[in-house]
Design a protein. Structure first.
Length: 236
C-alpha cells in the first residue's frame, strides 16, 4: 500500500499530528528564548491536537472496517454521530487539561480556574492523558485486526514485526537528526564566530529551531505514515 493511501485513510489523525508538532516547534522557540507567557499559548493547543490524534485514529479505523465489509451507511446513524462527537469532546477536554497543567504556572491555574490542589488535579490529568492514549491505540489495533481478516497468531506476528520496524525507524531518525544537526551547528558556529555573542547566539538559535521544525515535519510526513502502514496492513 502506497504511503499516500495512509493520508487518505487517516487524514484527521495525521493532520492533528502535524498541527501538534508545528505548534510545539514554535513553542520550543519561545521556551528557549525565555518568553514563557507566549510559550503557553502554543503548548496548550499542541497538547490538545496531540491527544486528538488518538481519538481520530480509532474512528478512522472504525470507518475503514465498515468500508472493508461494505457498510457505507454506518456513518448516517445518529447514535454513531453522538458517540463520535462525545469521543472528540472528551479527548479535547483531556488534551486541554494536559496542556494547561504542562504549560501554565500553578499560580495562574489557581487564579484562573480556582483549583487549589494543583498536585492532585495534575496527577488526575496525567492519568487521564495516558489512559486516553492507551485506549485510542488499543481501539485502533482492534479495528485493524478486524479489518485484516487474519488469525490472532498471524496478526500478533504482524504487529511484532511492525513494532520492530517502528522502533528501528524512530531510533534511526533520531540518530540521523542528532548527527546532521550537530554538523549544522558546527558549520553555523564556524561561519558566525566573529559576529559577536548576541548575533551569533540568535543565528544559532534560529538555525536550531528551523532544523527542529524540519525534522518534526519529516517525522510527521514520513515516519508516522510508515508506522501507520506497518500497523494497518490487511491480509490482502
Amino acid at each position: 500500500m502506497k504511503i499516500k493511501q495512509r493520508f487518505k485513510d487517516h487524514p484527521w489523525s495525521i493532520g492533528c499530528f502535524i498541527c501538534s508538532i508545528v505548534l510545539m516547534a514554535i513553542a520550543t522557540f519561545f521556551m528557549v528564548d525565555f518568553v514563557f507567557s507566549t510559550y503557553a499559548y502554543f503548548t496548550a493547543p499542541a497538547v490538545v491536537m496531540f491527544v486528538l490524534v488518538f481519538a481520530m485514529m480509532p474512528l478512522e479505523g472504525y470507518a475503514l472496517y465498515h468500508k472493508e465489509i461494505g457498510d457505507v451507511e454506518y456513518n448516517k446513524d445518529s447514535k454513531f454521530k453522538l458517540v463520535r462527537a462525545a469521543i472528540i469532546v472528551l479527548y479535547g477536554f483531556i488534551g486541554m487539561a494536559g496542556g494547561v497543567f504542562s504549560s501554565v504556572s500553578d499560580g495562574a491555574i489557581e487564579t484562573i480556574f480556582g483549583i487549589h490542589d494543583i498536585k492532585t488535579a495534575s496527577t488526575v490529568s496525567g492519568i487521564a492523558f495516558w489512559l486516553a492514549i492507551i485506549f485510542g491505540i488499543s481501539a485502533t489495533l482492534f479495528f485493524n485486526y478486524k479489518r485484516s481478516k487474519a488469525s490472532p497468531k498471524e496478526y500478533g506476528r504482524s504487529m511484532t514485526i511492525a513494532l520492530i520496524k517502528s522502533a528501528l525507524a524512530l531510533v534511526g531518525s533520531v540518530i540521523g537528526f542528532i548527527m546532521i544537526g550537530r554538523v549544522a551547528v558546527n558549520i553555523l558556529m564556524y561561519l558566525y564566530e566573529n559576529e559577536g555573542i548576541g548575533m551569533g547566539n540568535y543565528i544559532l538559535l534560529g538555525g536550531y529551531i528551523l532544523y527542529l521544525l524540519l525534522y518534526l515535519l519529516f517525522f510527521a510526513l514520513v515516519i508516522v505514515p510508515h508506522i501507520i502502514k506497518w500497523f494497518s496492513k490487511s491480509k490482502a
